[in-house]
Design a protein. Sequence first.
Length: 134
Amino acid sequence: MRRAYDLTRQDERIRMLNKFGGQTVKVVPIKKVRTLAQNNALHLWFELVANTLNDAGLDMTTDLTQCDLSWTAHNIKEYMWRPIQKLILNKESTTELTTKEIDQIFDMLNRILAEHGVHVPFPNKDYGANYDTI
């Protein structure tokens, strides 16, 4: 089983030395993937964008039924976020994204939404109670 140690912290270095003292250890860098807080903010943002688009009267039109559908957080993720994610990063899941990649996709999608008069800032810890519960 692999265990990650943060070698910038002295207590982690000591813990690693105590566990592996005298052994050869391979150290590999780990890309920093999204944090739990960033994941919560991402999914809250999906919901906020859906509500904003619905309030602005911008319905989601499907090709199959030619009817207007209301946006949902799920639709924002699957039909707006994920296609951009696949196109520019070639990654299927948001679980694979680094913190910087989330910013990169948000910036691009935010520019696209702005062309339609929609701007929803990305939530941060100051956002409120819903931030940690999504």
